[in-house]
Design a protein around this ligand. Sequence first.
Ligand code: ADP
Ligand code: ASP
Ligand code: MG
Length: 448
Amino acid sequence: MIVIKFGGTSVGSVENFKKVGDIVNQVNEDKIVVLSAMSGVTNTLVGIAGHLRANNTEQAVLDIRSLDQKYRQVVRELLPDLIFQKTAFDYLDGHEELLNRIASEDFTEGSEKEILAQGELVSTRLFHYYLESIDVSNELVSALDFMRIDRNGEPRGDRIRQDLRKILKSGTANRTYITQGYICLNETNEIDNLRRGGSDYSASLIGAAVGARQIQIWTDIDGMHNNDPRYVENTFSVGELSFDEAAELAYFGAKILHPQSIIPAKENNIPVLLKNTFRPDSPGTLIHQGAEVKSIRAVAAKDNITAIKIKSYRMLMAYGFLKNVFEVFELYKTAIDMITTSEVAVSLTIDDTSKLPEIKKGLQGFGTIEVDTDLSIICIAGDISQNKKGITASIFNSLKDIPIRMISYGGSNYNLSFLVKTSDKLAVLNLLNEGLFQEMVDSDLVGI
Ligand code: ADP
Ligand code: ASP
Ligand code: MG
């Protein structure tokens, strides 16, 4: 069994739906196809929910109508057979009716989540009709029948495994199941989601649940690049990555993977292959346990970081100080990304600032508190173990003109990260590309 996930661009047009159909058809084994919403749709749905929250029902209804028109145009081209067209149009009637009903009712957080789930429900339904129309037998499975999160928003692995295994039939070979990425049920059985970009996470959770041979993530680029192609020219695709390297890059901003999506694959030792839907022959990136050890693999950046510095002479020679500080973050369920300490101060970073006022209040008794915003963490992933010489020198030589706010090194062998102003991010990524990768690309240090 393999899991094959296609992102928004891969199912963003009629032509692309057909490409996805070709790729799926060439896989001669049982497969679960996980789809995102068509590109742009989740943003449209976020917009519709925003209008309803702001009591602008009129605009929401207009946007619902134009989304419906977009879908109908896709159906006309994707399903020329009138019988399939009729079935799809009937389905879209129900879909538009549902959104309009939600728009007419009182707006709640629950209605927002129900709206956001519709993108994946429609894309999978259209793909299911398309495969039927070209005589490829397949089964549409609702993610709402197995994908579950607990009250902390964390996936319930055992429950997912149990329910999914009940749904999948054994016996016939080469079955094709189609299901939605991103969406799930929460602990109160309401529709919820795995956060933006969450379809990658769905694919990995599904792969772990069924013990897949491989998880494939098909997107619009040839796998993981050595640097963020949105900000840097001359990036290149990295042939392989270890789970740890991929997990660090995903967590620290490589948008190609949802931040948590590598964890279930790593825990179950399932290789993850990143592939380009538009260049299926290019090798992509294989994330697996046996990845060859190389020095510097890739760089990523995570924005919207806030740094908190707690300065106190009570820290000098004292024990228990850090424990007390951490307890405040635990109380407000806020994850810390980076931490550095000196004798009299501790600096740490968070990206979720929803509880920042409470955290500041909680920390007040410990010393003076300084908060810095608009920062980015730059993560360099690779085998950066302490016994390799020269790597840190190359990194910081490239950045000699950039002010660096914090540095974290030595926590793991796979990551060196540092904090800069977001306004310096572009320069940092480009300097690292020139100073690190271009210089080292001919030597053996870069893991291409
Ligand atoms: P999908 O809709 O298929 O999930 P995403 O837009 O979420 O696709 O992820 C793919 C995009 O991630 C690429 O088009 C690219 O712009 C961006 N990206 C950011 N960092 C990297 C990186 N290091 N390697 C490859 N792509 C990256
Ligand atoms: N459709 C969702 C989003 O745009 C999930 C995903 O594409 O992974 O965030
Ligand atoms: Mg994505």
